[in-house]
Design a protein around this ligand. Sequence first.
Ligand SMILES: [Zn+2]
Length: 289
Amino acid sequence: MIPLLISPAVIIYKESTHYLSHSGYNLLEGVESMTNTVTQMSDRSFSQSEWALRVDLAAAFRLAVHFGWHESVANHFSAVTSEDGKTFLLNPRWKHFATIKASDLLKLDSEDEEVMVREDAPDPSAWGLHGSIHRLVPDAKVLLHCHPPYATALCGLKDPSIKPIDQNTARFFERMEIDLDFGGLASEEGEGERLARGVRRHSVMIMGNHGVAVVGSTVAEAFEDLYYLERAAQTMVLAYSTGQALNLMDDELARTVAKGWDAYREGLAEGHFSYLKTMLDQTDSSWRE
Ligand SMILES: [Zn+2]
């Protein structure tokens, strides 16, 4: 990939099929201290910060496949690109998580009433959920929604809450929204608005009869909560499967453990996500394109 032109404002790359390769992106990091705009030979351009967000979100899709959280070509992850939280990236309709690249992600305006008549219109249920949440909850920077096996098994129980029976389950004590008002696919009217009220109260939500939604300020942070949520759900399902009574922590202890996580939260999230991206690169780094 050879720079055709470098000016203080714009870098143009002769690369029409691939966007910026992994090595190309690293190369740019030094050069880009002069500018915050990267343009290619097509009509698409991304700021450095948007590109970094695209790369992280693309990694999250590939990692969801690695952990077995994907389902057909459904489910959606999004991340906001604008200060006001209204413009966001979203996976294209019916594209398998295993094939998603950074440059594939749609960029949508949550207040765009014409979005569903676009040629590249998103999945209606994705628009219902992610469009509503980004329109109504500007602080929801990254939103991951999927149906991972153990958490979804819990969602089918009369009481889908996660009980404090170990450190991972106690991480979510009094920090989780439980929505029991499932009203059909997220494309149904009112479903997105109600779920938006839920994530405004808590950044981790069990959606009864459906799946889970996790909000974070970065992709790494949201991904880490999703990771621990599925781990905690797995522990719950395995513990329930023994048929023995659960040994619950008392509320005070559970609260202390949940608070104890705060000191580790950011460091673990960044370290884990960084490692996982390296792991992806060992077999296929096309998500970075
Ligand atoms: Zn869903």
